[in-house]
Ligand binder design. Structure first.
Ligand code: VG1
Ligand code: CO
Length: 544
């Protein structure tokens, strides 16, 4: 089979964002576009000859075509073996798991995560390194730099590889092994959680679970784990079949996009526990009957209860959260006497802390939670962690969270997203805020006073790398915060995210509606940032 060396020219826009390169499908379908980016990944690696690569995706439109291109390029570039999920399916946490288990040099995940799929929608490519985690910034910068100079790529002139059957085939001297996407991941989960106890809970007939896989990658994982292994009845998993366009939905597990599940949990005869995952299976939504657990609270509750779960009963070395995530987990860490790290948004910043043994649990306000079992956030892991807690504590979700607030105080939290804003306007808003930073310090906004304001900068405690301009923070003297930043995962215009947090120690005031509890801070955010006039939007597109 001949190896072709194809002449190409760079595309200017191949800079990875918060989580990989995300563009419209039509952008990826341009001649040479995907090939340039893949060759840029390979060119920025050293010593990949003969090594193992893991490839899989969330099942969205163009997943299988992209995998065929990658297999032929990997063979032409001299990789020794590629492990690929059956039908091209591998969730992001499963890729992390398979890389680690097989000591692969890295993995390529075809996903735009929570972004919609289909011919008119989005596609994405993420590269994960040998530790199983998202490529850190120096690596993504090297890939981008390479993409700006690329002049040729190598690809095999060969027919497609069958991805529907398990087993090994040869592609010009490279082994292609089609693997069961679920098996290794299930084994890892069994090693962390008390499956017998969760089985008793789910098969007992009195506890009802509903899991919304949103027609994305988690369907086969959730069905195997909950229905076939843990005894939950058939029908527990809804929207369980991965579809190329996610059934027209938006696979973002929040109260807006997981509408059907929310309907069940907030309806009459609500199940005892509800959960949803995003497109590539790395995020989670946790619901009890008529009760929503914010992701920031979820991280704090898991940290406080980790000793009840087999995989974590010997203790946590530390925790880490992204900067905009609420400080609820900080209070738990302080009480446990363990370190708490604050990183920029994006899972890639947790990798060094996990590798260095400085953190056990990590989380983000954007419905991502995970631990040192992998180097990715992990949606079903979080669901299993909660089910393990529920099986041990035998209390409703709301009671567990309310008792947590009683012990630690409540962090009211919300994020307001303004999606699809004109990029120039969004950049001008952030620039204007940046200029105001010095003059905001000490300023009074009744009843709050600004204690600090800055543009968050992170120095990695392991490798010393510095990441600047990670979000404008306004911190108030009572611990409340407002954070402004622009999303790095969108494909159209800009998304402004405004994060709001207020601490309430008084138990008598723990049952307010979040938006009401945060009303003063919402007004301050508007006053300081002039969101309405500068974005020309009267209200957020999404409030979570
Ligand atoms: C968003 C979230 C961030 C998350 C990232 C990737 O990034 O805020 O917390 O890590 O998505 O998640 P941004 O830059 O749009 O705010 V995933 O599951 O979409 O790969
Ligand atoms: Co995701």
């Amino acid at each position: 089979m001949p190896i072709l060396t194809v002449t190409t020219i760079p595309f200017a826009d191949q800079k990875p964002g918060t989580s990989g390169l995300r563009k419209k499908v039509s952008t990826f379908q341009q001649p040479h576009y995907l090939e340039n980016f893949i060759q840029s990944i390979f060119d920025s690696l050293t010593g990949y000859q003969g090594q193992t690569l893991v490839v899989g995706g969330d099942g969205r439109y163009y997943n299988q075509q992209a995998i065929q291109i990658i297999l032929k390029m990997a063979a032409a570039n001299g990789f020794g073996r590629v492990l690929v999920g059956q039908q091209g399916i591998l969730s992001t946490p499963a890729v992390s798991c398979v890389i680690r288990k097989n000591q692969a040099i890295g993995g390529i995940i075809l996903s735009a995560s929570h972004n919609p799929g289909g011919p008119q929608a989005d596609f994405g490519v993420k590269y994960n390194t040998g530790n199983g985690g998202p490529a850190p910034e120096p690596v993504t910068e090297a890939i981008f730099a390479r993409s700006q100079k690329i002049r040729q790529y190598r690809i095999l002139n060969a027919g497609d590889v069958r991805l529907d059957r398990l087993g090994t085939t040869q592609l010009a001297g490279m082994e292609v092994e089609v693997i069961d996407p679920v098996a290794d991941y299930l084994a890892l989960m069994e090693s962390l959680f008390d499956f017998d106890r969760i089985h008793q809970l789910l098969a007992g007939g009195y506890f009802r679970l509903k899991v919304d896989a949103m027609h994305a990658v988690t369907g086969p994982y959730a069905q195997t784990i909950f229905e076939h292994t843990l005894g939950a009845p058939a029908g527990t998993v809804i929207r369980g079949i991965p579809l190329e366009d996610f059934g027209g939905g938006h696979p973002d597990p929040n109260l807006v996009y997981a509408r059907e599940l929310v309907g069940h949990l907030f309806g009459d005869d609500a199940p005892d526990f509800g959960a949803a995952s995003d497109g590539d299976g790395d995020r989670n939504l946790i619901l009890g009957p008529h009760f929503f657990v914010t992701p920031s609270d979820s991280l704090a509750v898991l940290t406080a209860n980790a000793h009840l779960v087999p995989g974590y009963k010997s203790g946590l070395v530390g925790v880490a959260r992204s900067m905009p995530t609420s400080q609820a987990v900080d209070r738990v860490a302080a009480r446990l006497g363990i370190a708490c790290y604050e990183t920029p948004t994006g899972w890639k910043f947790f990798g060094n802390l996990l590798d260095a043994g400085k953190a056990t649990l990590c989380g983000e306000e954007s419905f991502g939670t995970g631990s040192n079992h992998l180097r990715e956030k992990d949606g079903l892991w979080a669901v299993l962690f909660w089910l393990n807690l529920l099986a041990v504590r035998q209390q409703p979700v709301s009671q567990i969270v309310k008792e947590h607030w009683q012990r630690y105080g409540r962090h009211y939290y919300s994020r307001h997203d303004y999606e699809g804003v004109d990029s120039d306007r969004a950049n001008a808003l952030i620039q204007r805020l940046r200029e105001q930073i010095p003059s905001l310090r000490g300023k009074h906004f009744h009843p709050y006073q600004v204690e600090y304001s800055d543009d968050f900068s992170y120095s990695d405690p392991v490798d010393g790398s510095v990441s600047q301009n990670q979000g404008i923070r306004l911190g108030f003297t009572d611990g409340s915060r407002i954070v402004f930043r622009l999303s790095g995962t969108g494909t159209q215009g800009a998304t402004l995210r405004v994060y709001l947090e207020r601490y309430e120690p008084n138990i008598a005031r723990h049952n307010l509606d979040s938006q009401k509890a945060l009303a003063d801070l919402i007004a301050i955010a508007e006053e300081v940032a002039q969101i309405r006039s500068l974005t020309q939007r009267n209200q957020p597109t999404v409030i979570i």
